[in-house]
Design a protein around this ligand. Structure first.
Ligand code: NAD
Ligand code: WQD
Length: 346
């Protein structure tokens, strides 16, 4: 297949590109690099043997999006391009609506113009908010608690409406739980930039010595050890699910919404211990107040992914920690060039 990958230079997008190209698909990466580095493309080249073609395009610009499709034939689009920081979305809700929702509308419009009717979309377990029960099934009530989550829910709904009313349009909406880990080569991984928002990159930066201590948000949750429980899923398992979803959509000619998680909940303290085992380093931590908007326990019922895609997570939290650590050790400052980092820190 010839696939347009929007946001393909980002964390999950780059790993998915590695898997898709590995399965023989032909790729075109479109990214504005607002939250990623072009260095990712070279690193992908190192993994794949050749650098995948790419275009610097901001999906907020409808003309630039149209130019992506001009003279090109794509069988499908995989759409990762979005801003994803919950806290930032509360500070800048309109920027999130503009980037995520308007960008997606431009993409859908140009897909329609070009006659491309197959989409795999990155959604999130954030659409479940604080679920009534775990494990969470796809038919659980949807309730969002922040503008980022709102943007994901609106995009899901726009795409669902299109699937219902446009006979030529099919989409697989993938709701990721908590992606973690890195490519086993250590060449690509998660580079959160300044202050990490998520737990695993924060732990990695403490382990490598970039940060002194992890703040654990709450020790009094009603969970196994009082800390928050989540469903961490290896980014390589996630990447494989996208390839499986594309193949399913073309084979079965249907749309679906599917959870991607392992089905296992892990607490913050359990993850710290697992990371210490994998890295041989200590991860000092301190229990602080709960983070506003957090919930006690969220993990997936991944049954539908198995039923429809034949997919299940194969890599455990040990592999997530080992691979995240390899990436962190090989790239202590992510994709940033060391001399630039040194100058900035002076
Ligand atoms: P990321 O920030 O690493 O990747 C997103 C990519 O999209 C970046 O390369 C960024 O430069 C690009 N981008 C953003 N806005 C763009 C625009 N207007 N035009 C073109 N490119 C643009 O994030 P990620 O972790 O790889 O997440 C990928 C997708 O998965 C996102 O849609 C995110 O909301 C979703 N998701 C992520 C998580 C997570 O915890 N990482 C969980 C659930 C869902
Ligand atoms: C995990 C656990 C924290 C950081 C977020 C988004 C969600 C999705 C995935 C995009 C929680 C605890 C964290 C820290 C901590 N993203 N924690 N100290 O909140 O489950 O989900 O990322 O769609 O939308 O909300 O992930 O990694 O932030 O937190 O104690 O410094 O780690 O309280 O229990 P979360 P997370």
């Amino acid at each position: 297949m010839r696939i347009l990958v929007c946001g393909g230079a980002g964390y999950i997008g780059s790993h998915t590109c590695a898997v898709l190209a590995g399965r023989g698909h032909e790729l075109m990466i479109a990214d504005s690099f607002v939250n990623s580095s072009p260095v990712v493309l070279e690193r992908l080249g190192g993994i794949l043997g050749s650098i995948p073609p790419s275009r610097q395009v901001d999906l907020r610009d409808p003309h630039a999006v149209a130019s992506l499709f001009a003279g090109q034939r794509f069988d499908a689009v995989v759409h990762f391009a979005a801003l994803k920081a919950v806290g930032e979305s509360c500070a800048r809700p309109l920027a999130y609506f503009d980037n995520n929702i308007c960008g997606t509308i431009h993409l859908l419009q140009e897909m329609r113009e070009a006659g491309v009717g197959r989409l795999v979309f990155s959604s999130s377990a954030t659409v479940y908010g604080d679920p009534d029960a775990v494990p969470v099934r796809e038919d659980a009530p949807l309730r969002v608690t922040n503008p980022y989550g709102r943007s994901k829910l609106v995009m899901e709904q726009l795409i669902e409406d299109l699937c219902q009313h446009d006979p030529g349009f099919r989409a697989i909406n993938l709701r990721y739980f908590n992606p973690a880990g890195a490519h086993p080569s250590g060449r690509i991984g998660e580079d959160p930039g300044a202050e990490p928002n998520n737990l695993m990159p924060y732990i990695s930066q403490v382990a490598i010595g970039r940060r002194k201590q992890l703040a654990v948000y709450g020790g009094d949750w009603p969970t196994i050890d009082g800390t928050g429980v989540r469903d961490y899923i290896h980014v390589m398992d996630l990447a494989r699910a996208h390839a499986d979803a594309l193949e399913f959509m073309l084979r079965e000619d249907r749309s679906a919404t599917i959870n991607l998680g392992t089905g296992c909940g892990i607490s913050v303290l359990e993850l710290i211990r697992e990371f210490e085992r994998a890295s041989g380093r200590q991860v000092p931590y301190r229990i602080v107040d709960r983070r506003v908007g957090d919930v006690a326990e969220v993990y997936a019922d991944p049954g539908l992914a198995l039923e429809l895609l034949g997919w299940r997570a194969e890599l455990g939290v040990d592999a997530m920690c080992a691979d995240a650590w390899r990436w962190q050790r090989m790239n202590p400052h992510g994709y940033a060039v060391p001399e630039v980092v040194a100058a900035a820190e002076e």
